[in-house]
Design a protein around this ligand. Sequence first.
Ligand code: ADP
Ligand code: MG
Ligand code: MG
Length: 201
Amino acid sequence: AVALGADDIETLFGAMARTIIAHAEELTALDQAIGDGDHGVNMKRGFEAVTANLPAIAAKPLPEALKAAGMELVMKVGGASGPLYGTLLMTLGKTLPAAPGRGDVAAALAAAIDAVKARGKSETGQKTMLDVLAPVQAAVARGEDLATIRAIAAEAAAATVPMRATRGRASFLGERSVGHMDPGARSSQLLVEAVCDAIGD
Ligand code: ADP
Ligand code: MG
Ligand code: MG
């Protein structure tokens, strides 16, 4: 494993920010169906802040860069997703070494998902971002290639459509939450794809 340089870190967070900003309207539309219609706006605001601070973030070693980006999300995204994505990135920063190998990534993702569950008092199967993050972590731990990881993220986001939400605002809708993709599951899929793009080939 080789330490990620400033260019790699800039590529990584740049790819994440670009896809979230490009899909903001879609994320908001998903949240209009089963939430309060702000997920795209929230995430866009957070990743615009990451973009604005990208040179400073990328100048740090990977663990500190992840913590700094996580702090931006906590401060700027708001809503339920801000503290949850912030916790995800900050825990990755606490857990990953500066030069991570595949096993380090699997272990750090497991720790970060546990931290999100603790923060959200949530589990998989409740129609949230966890329903994408958990199968992606399992795929990384099994050593799947990037194409398989992307496919698993896409399938996992699609699999939230028939689920009934039992956490987050969508849970207020009960049975009426069925038939719509969870917005946080979709944003997690987009972030996973961006990471695959950034580290691919
Ligand atoms: P809010 O619901 O406060 O407006 P957002 O719209 O930005 O926040 O984010 C909603 C997304 O956050 C949901 O689609 C879901 O994926 C995720 N989410 C909400 N509550 C939880 C929770 N307790 N645990 C895990 N994920 C959650
Ligand atoms: Mg919302
Ligand atoms: Mg809201």
